[in-house]
Write a protein that binds this ligand. Structure first.
Ligand code: WT7
Length: 661
């Protein structure tokens, strides 16, 4: 591929842009040669026979024949050098309790727990579900599983027992690792009881987990049942294991599964995204190097939960592959005061700070006095991920947090892509930034913006983002559902007869005159609430499970802090009347059976949902009413009165707001 094809302009190139594009052109012109060289930056037990096996698209396999173990690259590599004494994690609990783990400490804890897991009968390919809060034992458990070749599947601790059960039933783990409890906004959350409930539901659905390891968070006292013969205390198991325990890292094939992480799709069933041992490792290593330009004295704080892909890649694997220090924080960003993040940045002299636009908007709301109270001069790069960042929020972040000089690294990627795909790359050359744009694709990423038919759109025209070549960090597939993998990501734009395979991320994008990419959010029925992916279908399922509800439709509506929040339109069963109490009950119900993130901001009660004659809910029309847009084509609408009902329910809501003001 010539540079002209990836760049609409060739004259007057900014030198950084030129440098970035030369590297990217090299990567796309001859990917196999490029990655063959790049992958050698990591330690392998055996090098690959083939860089990319593309014989069975879209089931691409990277570094086939290669054998490695990611814990050798994140731990063994460093404990052989002076990095052993470097801090791996500065951990801070919400109440202010602290722990510090060096690379040597982490290595020891991982070996010990790896031994424990093996002793409990966990072997290569077995699943280990980890339902844990943000405490150091969470990365320890992930790495211990990886060391013995098991597949970890972390379930976000904020998820409900039902959500945990769904994931357990799908992944069928040998073991669950959980904790007694944790702090959130000053309250103690009883996680073990939630885990027990999840295990009970899973068992009713036919999947019984044999062993449960319970980590004691320390300082939390919660009541729960301890099931003899099933439950085991982490502390007891580990204290019985000698400190000098060494567990031989299990040789893993590059194309083996490193982990499964569930994410929401357009149906009610979450997708188990599988990432590979070799490809994920190589991609995380390089993508991280390009976007953060890591240096030995860096202290990185990624303010996400490890229960999401951001935490997997930017709290666990990325920083550890580069031997740098991370901060890990347990609690809420504005607890006990809105300057908690800035206090943490100052305390640990954080150099790389990475968060979501939602968090930035929240912290901005409290006012810049809270930021100004602290010395943030250690910051070198400040990142953004998870949602489009509004230009004004970008500017506030840059000026107030970054002191007007720290580059904002807006990174576009997804659970499925493993690590950042489109982002400024100071590790190669920092291109001039534009507030709100993630700038250019990284090397190895053949991104384009196309129309409904797959034709590239002109600069400035909104289209769909596509990725036209496989990249090492791509997902292996969906656990247990190869068909859904092909259908979800490859069907829309691929032309198998012509041997053309195109990855569809389901995001809108614009490419401007300078070739900069502007990512505009989801193009499917998936909501992005505070940077978290939740599906309308999953929320609808949760609402419909409520005894008062007959039918429900959920859409996303704009929110000044969270970017987008769910709004539900609900039809009640016979015998139930709309009320504020019932609305509140439905919201709490969703928090409980799914997750508080997905609780609808509003519930509108109607007698009929707008549907097509074939019975499909027309969410588009609800959205039009709520956002004040034109209705568009209503020829397939079964009953126009259903739209009128939403109009009046929405107007009623407007009047209530007026009354309250
Ligand atoms: C979706 C992926 C990637 C880790 C966190 C979320 C949206 C992500 C950006 C960005 C605009 C973004 C997309 C994407 N998204 N980063 N920088 N600008 N939108 O991971 O839960 O897999 O969600 O988040 O819509 O598809 P995820």
């Amino acid at each position: 591929m010539g540079i002209e094809q990836v760049l609409p302009f060739t004259e007057k190139l900014h030198p950084s842009v030129k440098k970035l594009f030369e590297e990217r052109q090299k990567s796309l012109a001859n990917p196999e040669e490029y990655w063959d060289e790049k992958a050698r930056a990591l330690i392998w037990f055996k090098y690959w026979d083939r860089v990319l096996d593309d014989s069975n698209p879209p089931f691409y396999r990277w570094f086939v024949g290669g054998v490695t173990n990611i814990t050798v690259n994140t731990l063994d590599r460093w404990v052989k050098t002076e990095v052993r004494n470097r801090v791996a994690y500065y951990w801070e609990g919400e109440p202010g309790d602290r722990r510090v783990l060096s690379y040597q400490d982490l290595y020891r804890e991982v070996n010990k727990f790896a031994k424990v897991l093996r002793g409990l009968g966990v072997g290569p390919g077995d699943r280990v579900v980890i339902y844990m809060p943000m405490i150091p034992e969470l990365p320890v458990a992930m790495l211990a599983a990886a060391r013995i070749g098991a597949i970890h599947s972390v379930v976000f601790s904020g998820f409900s027992p039902n959500a945990l059960a769904d994931r357990i039933v799908d992944a069928k783990p040998k073991i669950l690792v959980t904790a007694d409890g944790y702090y959130r906004r000053g309250k103690i959350i009883n996680l073990k009881s939630k885990a027990d409930k999840g295990l009970e539901i899973a068992e009713k659905m036919g999947v019984k987990v044999g062993k449960v390891v319970v980590v004691e968070r320390g300082g939390v006292s919660v009541d729960y049942d301890f099931v003899e013969g099933r439950d085991l205390y982490y502390s007891e198991l580990v204290s019985k294991t000698p400190d000098n325990t060494y567990v031989e890292p299990e040789p893993r094939r590059s194309e083996d599964i490193l982990f499964i992480l569930y994410t929401s799709g357009t149906t009610g069933k979450p997708k188990g995204i599988m990432h590979s041992v070799g490809g994920y490792m190589v991609w995380v290593y390089w993508s991280f190097k390009w976007t953060w330009d890591p240096r030995p004295d860096d202290v990185m704080w990624t303010m996400a939960d490890i229960g999401w892909i951001t935490g997997h890649t930017y709290i666990v694997y990325g920083p550890l592959l580069h031997g740098i220090t991370s901060v890990m924080y347990e609690g809420a960003p504005d607890y006990p005061e809105p300057d908690r993040p800035w206090e943490i940045v100052e305390r640990y002299r954080v150099t790389i700070f990475y968060t979501s636009p939602t968090a930035v908007r929240l912290l901005r709301r409290y006012g810049e006095e809270w930021v100004k109270k602290h010395d943030l001069s250690s910051l070198r790069l400040i990142g953004s991920v998870g949602e489009p960042i509004n230009p004004d929020v970008w500017k506030w972040y840059h000026d107030v947090v970054g002191g007007g000089k720290t580059p904002v690294i807006d990174t576009w990627w997804q659970t499925e892509t493993g690590a950042a795909m489109i982002a400024p790359a100071p590790g190669i050359a920092l291109v001039p930034l534009k507030p709100g744009s993630a700038t250019y694709p990284l090397p190895g990423v053949d991104a384009d913006v196309v129309d409904e038919e797959g034709r590239p759109v002109k600069p400035g025209v909104k289209g769909y983002l596509v990725i036209k070549k496989p990249w090492p960090g791509m997902l292996l597939g969906i656990w247990g559902d190869p068909e859904r993998y092909v259908k979800t990501y490859w069907e829309k734009y691929s032309r198998p007869d012509e041997g053309v395979w195109v990855y569809y991320p389901a995001d809108y994008a614009i490419r401007d005159e300078d070739g900069y990419l502007w990512l505009l959010g989801r193009a499917d029925e998936v909501l992005n609430v505070a940077g978290h992916r939740v599906s309308t279908a999953e929320i609808e399922h949760a609402i419909v499970a409520h005894p008062a509800v007959a039918e429900a439709a959920v859409i996303g509506v704009p929110d000044p802090v969270k970017g987008e929040v769910p709004l539900a339109v609900v039809v009640l069963r016979e015998g139930y009347e709309p009320s504020r109490e019932l609305e509140q009950e439905i919201r709490s119900y969703v928090s409980e059976v799914y997750t508080p993130i997905a609780a609808p901001s509003r519930v509108l009660f109607v007698r009929k949902l707008p549907k097509t004659r074939s019975g499909k809910i027309m969410r588009r029309l609800i959205r039009a009413v709520v956002t004040g847009a034109t209705l568009g084509d209503v020829s397939t609408l079964e009953d126009e009165a259903s739209v009128d009902e939403i109009v009046s329910a929405w107007a009623e809501f407007g009047r209530e707001l007026g009354d309250a003001a």
